[in-house]
Design a protein around this ligand. Structure first.
Ligand code: MGD
Ligand code: MGD
Ligand code: MO
Length: 773
């Protein structure tokens, strides 16, 4: 009998054993709250969704004119590895020679898999840099708006996202936690790169047992675990900034704001207060004003403001709030509110951005650096904000604004993707389908026949993490794990590293790309970074062989010192914030100077464009498109746990009983959700946990069009991105606004088309036969 071997994933450390064609998974014994997402892993070994061999889209292979128009609807032809690698090398050589590196898009956003070496993003960026560079993307879908606004007003993003309030401090000192967007336990199941201990449920319970109070501001009741008994304020989506202004109004008009703190640590409060109290625009941002916008009663707002002023209060703002039009505003206004309370830098008080969004945020930082593969330097300076991909492909050469810069979209001829799924992560998929018809060539490395693979010209089958050795380690996770290969490569799948090495060899760049190391040699080499730091810090520092033998080592942590916020509070002139003024910028001269009408010098309420453009009146229901509890994004949607949550094969959509009754909808009905952009099918789950006027459909069901040749096709599986809007948060950050949209819903009357997306690709001759019969 073979033994269990250690491994790691974005949703937990575990050990696995493959025997008799079955993969058995055991969570790490020290994990107090293992993630159910581990239940998706076993399917990797045998699912028909896996890509077996390299494949090329027929129209591209035959070079027929206008063949790009068939992307997403064409047949595929399987080819041998040498054929596929020759095709890729030849095409890369052509595009780099004829159009230069600025015609290659290698932004390739995506989470791929855990593992420090076989990390697809690092691999592809390193590879393209060796070839001469590529157009990259900046920021993330997670946090597009916050990553731009926070540095202007508070200092480096990670100081307040990563290095401020810890779970320990909350358990120890917070009296009141006001969580805008909540802290859904499902979200703490995962952390990019790995998580060996899921501690959030235990910590929240600890704080609750000590007497801390929690207020949940969200359209969904289960954005906090039931055990902590949070007070639920069911807000209307997209209106948190109004509620925050209402709270600030109570503080300012009742003299509860901390004048001393504002004077000493902030700039621009007066100009903001003029707006707050209506001196500039004649509109008093009173609780009454706020209640009409956000749907929370004015007395509730006043009461909350008073309790916030009386207690050690922590304000948290989730990623989700800023993944929406004007997403910069609630992030900024949360900071202003915390500054008015004067508690920034106090233990368990103040402000924390994105606490609870990922499992390791709020844990202690590591005291040593992690192994990291060098990506080299990109020779191309040009970039796009990550969520502007469809704009870029559709409008080469056209102008746009970003963070004070006037920019132009490049003219992309070749798109190369590894480790991400744009047909999962991007908004308005019908528009993305049109955009993906523009480039001459699209190359994708994928583990499975995702919708992105189905829109590529050359599809190269990549191994999953289970099929290779790697080093598992992540930001703020104390375990470094020897990730042992658990199964043989499925079909003819190869490691991304081996694929890139072979192409680099064909292009005469093998030496630069591989530095003459095999994968195993790379692991030992990369391990040295951490080992040297362990030695320098006087810690136990095993050599690579010993680490590999043991299966894991524990890394040292930094003490919880309150981070840059505490240092600033203790000594504002000695440890200033890294903002233009050295202080918290309630008014930002820099942002004001950009002259954007959708993000000005201080936080304010802007009416969403979605409403002005008629989305709200025609499509009365808000749709929250949040992270799925049953998987990580689109990954392993074909896995057992994810599939167990589908109803008649569709993604569940939650709807409030009143909204369901109004539309004659019963539990389990298949619904058609629609708006001006598109439509999808999903299965109704009637639930009181969703605010009236709101539906909730998680992201991640693999996009399956009813008619892949249609300009506008319906997703028969339940992918919400067929409905979301593809617009930036504002000209400042141009972040994704995928969290929220507007829809109408009705019972689906037609014959239910079967969901086939997990059955894999049917190849030309076979599919022709199938069509005839
Ligand atoms: N409407 C809406 N849309 C959203 C969001 C939202 O809230 N609402 N959230 C956004 C957010 S926050 C994010 S981060 C994005 C996530 O978007 P992505 O990160 O693109 O989503 P994943 O499903 O994780 O895609 C990773 C892909 O990499 C593949 N893969 C895994 N391991 C390997 C490997 O070793 N090699 C290769 N070549 N491939 C591999 C997987 O099969 C998978 O298809 O989605 C965004 N989209
Ligand atoms: N299980 C699981 N966990 C994940 C992920 C996953 O795919 N699966 N993805 C990970 C990633 S990449 C990221 S970036 C984080 C994302 O972290 P978040 O963006 O914070 O996560 P979401 O689940 O999209 O949103 C959290 C909640 O915000 C609420 N919300 C939505 N709109 C509004 C609003 O306008 N106002 C208020 N007050 N609340 C609102 C919704 O009810 C939603 O459930 O999650 C991570 N965690
Ligand atoms: Mo994310």
């Amino acid at each position: 009998m073979s033994s269990f071997q250690p491994h790691s994933s974005h949703w937990g450390a575990f050990s696995g054993r493959y025997e008799d064609g079955k993969l058995e998974i055991r969570p790490h014994p020290a994990d107090p709250h293992p993630s159910p997402l581990l239940g998706n892993l076993a399917a990797i070994a045998h699912s028909p969704a896996r890509i077996g061999r390299p494949a090329v889209r027929r129209g591209w292979l035959e070079g027929s004119t206008g063949n790009a128009q068939n992307r997403g609807a064409d047949d595929y032809v399987e080819v041998s590895w040498p054929q596929a690698l020759d095709l890729v090398s030849k095409e890369l050589r052509r595009v780099y020679a004829d159009f230069g590196a600025q015609a290659v898009f290698g932004g390739s956003y995506g989470w791929s898999s855990a593992g420090r070496f076989h990390h697809a993003q690092s691999q592809i960026h390193r590879f393209l840099n060796v070839l001469g560079g590529y157009i990259r993307s900046v920021n993330t879908y997670s946090s597009g708006a916050a990553m731009v606004i926070i540095p202007h007003v508070l200092g480096p993003y990670d100081h307040f996202e990563r290095k401020s309030v810890t779970w320990d401090a909350i358990e120890r000192s917070s009296e009141l936690v006001v969580a805008f967007g909540g802290m859904a336990i499902k979200n703490t199941d995962v952390h990019g790169g790995g998580i060996s201990a899921h501690i959030v449920p235990r910590t929240l319970n600890g704080a609750h047992a000590r007497g801390a109070r929690f207020v949940l501001i969200s359209p969904l009741k289960d954005d906090f675990p039931a055990e902590v008994n949070a007070e639920w304020l069911p807000i209307l989506p997209g209106t948190d900034i109004a509620l925050m202004l209402g709270l600030a109004h109570v503080l300012a008009s009742e003299g509860l704001h901390d004048r001393q703190f504002l004077d000493r640590y902030t700039v621009g409060y007066e100009r903001f207060e003029d707006y707050l109290l209506g001196r500039t625009d004649g509109v008093d941002k009173s609780p009454e004003w706020a209640s009409h916008i956000c749907g929370i009663g004015k007395d509730t707002i006043r009461k909350l403001a008073l309790s916030m002023a009386r207690a050690r209060t922590l304000i948290t703002v989730s990623h989700s709030l800023q993944r929406a039009e004007h997403g910069e505003q609630p992030v900024w206004m949360g900071i202003v509110l915390a500054a008015m309370l004067g508690q920034i830098g106090l233990d368990g008080g103040g402000y924390s951005y994105s606490l609870g969004a990922l499992g390791n945020i709020g844990k202690h930082q590591l005291a040593v650096p992690l192994p990291t593969l060098s990506q080299f330097k990109n020779a191309v300076p040009d970039f796009i904000p990550v969520a502007r991909i469809a704009d870029m492909l559709l409008n080469p050469g056209s102008a746009f604004n970003y963070n004070g810069q006037a920019m132009r979209y490049p003219d992309i001829r070749l798109v190369y993707w590894a480790g991400g799924n744009p047909f999962h992560h991007h908004q308005d998929l019908n528009r993305l389908r049109a955009a993906f018809k523009r480039p001459e060539t699209i190359i994708v490395h994928e583990t499975a026949w995702t919708s992105s693979a189905r829109h590529a010209d050359i599809v190269l089958p990549a191994t999953t993490t289970l099929e290779r050795d790697d080093i598992g380690a992540a930001d703020r996770d104390p375990l470094m794990i020897a990730m042992k290969k658990l199964i043989e490569p499925v079909g003819e799948a190869r490691d991304d590293y081996d694929i890139f090495s072979e192409i680099a060899r064909r292009l005469g760049r093998a030496e630069q790309f591989t530095e003459s190391r095999t994968s195993k040699e790379w692991l030992a080499f990369l391990f040295e970074t951490t080992r040297e730091a362990l030695i320098a810090g006087g810690h136990e520092a095993p050599d690579f062989e010993t680490f590999w033998e043991r299966g894991e080592i524990r890394l040292p942590l930094k003490p919880d010192d309150g981070g840059p916020a505490r240092a600033f509070r203790d000594d504002p002139s000695g440890s200033p914030l890294q903002t233009p003024s050295g202080k918290i910028e309630i008014f930002s001269e820099t942002i004001e100077s950009f002259g954007y009408d959708d993000c000005r010098g201080h936080p304010r309420w802007y009416r969403p464009k979605m409403e002005a453009e008629g989305d709200a009146s025609n499509y009365p229901l808000h749709l929250v498109c949040n992270q799925p509890h049953q998987r990580l994004h689109s990954q392993l949607d074909y896995g057992d746990f994810s599939r167990s949550t589908k109803i008649k094969g569709r993604e569940p959509v939650r709807i409030n009983p009143a909204d369901a009754a109004e539309r004659g909808i019963s539990d389990g009905d298949i619904l058609r959700l629609f708006n001006a952009r598109g439509s999808c099918l999903a299965a109704a789950v009637i639930s009181e946990d969703v605010r009236q006027g709101v539906m909730q459909l998680a992201t991640g069901a693999w996009f399956e069009p009813n008619d892949p040749t249609a300009e506008k096709s319906m997703c028969i599986h339940g992918n919400p991105n067929i409905l979301t809007r593809d617009v930036g948060t504002s000209q400042l950050a141009q972040g994704s606004t995928g969290q929220l949209t507007r829809v109408e819903a009705e019972r689906f009357a037609g014959e239910l088309p079967p969901v086939r997306i997990f059955e894999g690709m049917k190849f030309a001759d076979i599919s022709r036969q199938a069509r005839k019969s």
